[in-house]
Design a protein around this ligand. Structure first.
Ligand code: ADP
Length: 615
């Protein structure tokens, strides 16, 4: 450059403020400068392609559209060049010396007025090029516009007060940025360091990137291609490379949307669940891109927490490149994108489950906990996720599963509830006394046998307007079903209930006759706000001092011979009737898995046997 022709410019006041922010506080990650400059080069070459479509008179029309990066560790420089549209003198002044975006101006004004940096606004405006000054103490931008009458120019600045524009003879079309690194940041001139940065942030950029002559980005941005042009093998290779996975993906979802937000997304569902194999909570695997440039490999707040097992890429040109990690979660746009993606993923599972239930079943076995976590924590997707649950029920064969939709389709006319029972296994649930009445009436009961299920159904509450009701609880009205066998009279039944309540005292909240029972004499029902045995066990495991007195409601079967005998015995043999009453309650508690201390039970049982044998 010949200083004789150089013209000096001072930065617009806002630019100076901006530079101050960029260099001192805006970005904590200095390394993103490379991503920003590569992205500018790529944008510029994309613009050239558009211009090529309409303009014939382009300067040096045959130059290759590539991004060349060279390093010189001795001179401590990095050079980035492209053959994009370049800039004219006016454009240099306008693009690199003033701030056009009104949003940025407003931002800077508020910084100035308040004297501090409003953290929640940082990153919502473009400062791409100026990030070069985070690592460089001098930046030269050599350029030649695509226009025939363009000049060969160089823009030079130390990023402090202003810049000079001079001549750069021999400069070809496009931009060549030469950065002289700050003393303590010479590490960025090391080839290995830059290679790593390019692979991290710019691997999918649509133009070849060459570092010291060697091609770096070999991988295509598959998510932007047409589905019909991609083979299964290509998808798999991409999954394993880009998502750093080793297994076969179980499912994939490749979709794009234009309105209201532009989204191109390629999501994979892994075949194996590392959390289940004991590797602890996995990190989120869906990376956020803007036009092929990585914004964040694990953007917080993009997808709901339970979706951390899915992997892939979400690309939205609507997201500003320099949105900061801190503001990601507050961004309405990011939330909206996340909501679109999570809904599409859930829909995909629903479709896949319908298309191949066996495959889905195997997948579900490994990944069910994520869906359950989602039901508990992700209110907005709760209903949709409920459709993905699978379980055994009183109408499925052992080992086969169904979903709520199957249950609802089989429900009896007018049945407005979904009945369920939580237990440790199918066997345990089926042998419980609660099941009898439902079997007798042909009502389907869902068996929940996973430790977390109870919490999950409680969060869910209902499915498609049908309330989920635990049959362990009292207060389940079953419409009348003509029970077999002669019953005690109503009066005698009432007398017996009163007697039992008096004998059992505080251990029961109430004693009543019920229509539920078929084979058992009595049943212990947990009040609807009471804990299930599973929940009690969990509480005990978490808190050794946990004590909660079990109070149950006792329901008696007035057709059962033992109950009828007891009604007679309470006058004829009050002592025996008392023993039998206590034993009946204990038996009901044992059947319900609620008896905690069996010492009295055993000694009473012995006394009863002695009596039975006439001792
Ligand atoms: P943004 O890219 O968000 O507009 P930048 O600060 O990164 O903001 O760049 C400012 C402007 O400078 C760009 O809009 C573009 O017009 C111009 N520019 C930057 N880099 C290049 C380049 N490599 N080729 C052509 N023009 C460029």
């Amino acid at each position: 450059m010949s200083t004789a022709t150089a013209e000096k410019h001072t930065f617009q006041a806002e630019i100076q403020q901006l530079l101050d922010l960029v260099v001192h506080s805006l970005y904590t990650d200095k390394e993103i400068f490379l991503r920003e400059l590569i992205s500018n080069a790529s944008d510029s070459m994309e613009k050239l392609r558009h211009i090529e479509a309409t303009e014939k008179d382009i300067h040096e029309p045959t130059l290759p559209l590539e991004i060349h990066i060279t390093t010189d560790s001795e001179a401590k420089t990095i050079t980035i060049s492209d053959h994009g549209i370049g800039m004219t003198r006016e454009e240099l002044v306008k693009n690199l010396g003033t701030i056009a975006h009104s949003g940025t101006k407003a931002f800077l004004k508020s910084v100035k007025d308040s004297g501090s940096t409003p953290g929640n606004m940082i990153g919502q405006f473009g400062v791409g090029f100026y990030s070069a000054f985070m690592v460089a103490d001098e930046v030269k931008v050599h350029t030649r516009s695509w226009r025939k009458d363009g000049e060969e120019l160089v823009w030079i600045s130390d990023g402090k007060s202003g810049y000079e524009i001079g001549e750069s003879p021999g400069q070809s079309r496009g931009v060549k940025i030469v950065m002289h690194l700050k003393e303590d940041l010479a590490e960025y001139a090391e080839e290995t360091r830059l290679k790593h940065l390019i692979e991290t942030y710019s691997n999918f950029v649509g133009f070849p990137i060459l570092l010291n002559g060697k091609r770096i980005n070999e991988v295509e941005a598959l998510w932007l291609k047409n589905k019909s042009e991609i083979s299964d093998d290509e998808y798999k290779a991409f999954y394993q490379f880009a998502c750093k996975a080793f297994d076969e993906p179980a499912y994939r979802l490749h979709f794009s949307a234009d309105a209201p937000i532009t989204i191109n997304s390629l999501i994979f569902v892994p075949g194996e669940n590392p959390e289940r194999m004991g590797f602890g909570k996995v990190d989120g695997g869906v990376a956020l891109y803007s036009k092929k440039v990585l914004i964040d490999a694990d953007p917080k707040g993009l997808l709901p927490e339970w979706m951390r097992f899915v992997k892939g890429v979400v690309d939205s040109a609507d997201i500003p490149l320099n949105i900061s990690r801190e503001t990601m979660q507050d961004s309405a746009l990011v939330r909206k994108i996340g909501s679109v993606i999570s809904k599409r993923v859930i829909k995909m599972f629903e479709k896949e489950a319908e298309a191949d239930p066996t495959k889905y079943r195997d997948f579900y076995r490994k990944f069910d906990r994520f869906f359950k976590e989602g039901i508990a924590n992700d209110y907005s997707n709760r209903e949709a996720l409920a459709k993905l649950l699978r379980f055994e029920s009183s109408l499925t064969d052992p080992g086969s599963v169904c979903g709520f939709a199957d249950y609802v389709s089989r429900a009896k006319d007018g049945q407005d509830k979904i009945f369920y029972l939580v237990g440790a296994s199918r066997e345990q649930v089926e042998s419980s006394p609660y099941i009898e009445a439902f079997k007798a009436r042909g009502l389907e009961v869902v068996y929940f046998t996973d430790a977390v299920d109870e919490y999950v159904v409680e969060s869910l509450g209902e499915f498609e307007g049908k309330k989920l009701v635990s049959i362990r609880h009292g207060g389940v009205d079953l419409d009348d079903h003509a029970p077999e066998g002669e019953s005690l009279s109503e009066e005698k039944t009432k007398e017996l209930c009163d007697f039992l309540k008096a004998e059992l005292g505080d251990r029961v909240t109430a004693v009543a006759s019920g229509k539920r029972l078929v084979d058992s004499p009595v049943i212990a029902l947990v009040p609807s706000d009471g804990m299930s045995p599973q929940m009690r066990q969990m509480m005990k495991a978490m808190d050794e001092n946990f004590k909660d007195e079990i109070k149950v409601e006792l329901e008696i079967n007035p057709r059962h011979p033992l109950v009828k005998k007891l009604s007679e015995a309470k006058a004829a043999n009050p002592e025996l009737a008392k023993l039998v009453s206590l034993q009946l309650l204990d038996n009901a508690l044992i059947a319900a898995g609620l008896l905690e201390d069996a010492r009295d039970t055993v000694s009473r049982m012995n006394t009863l046997m002695e009596k039975a044998m006439g001792a």
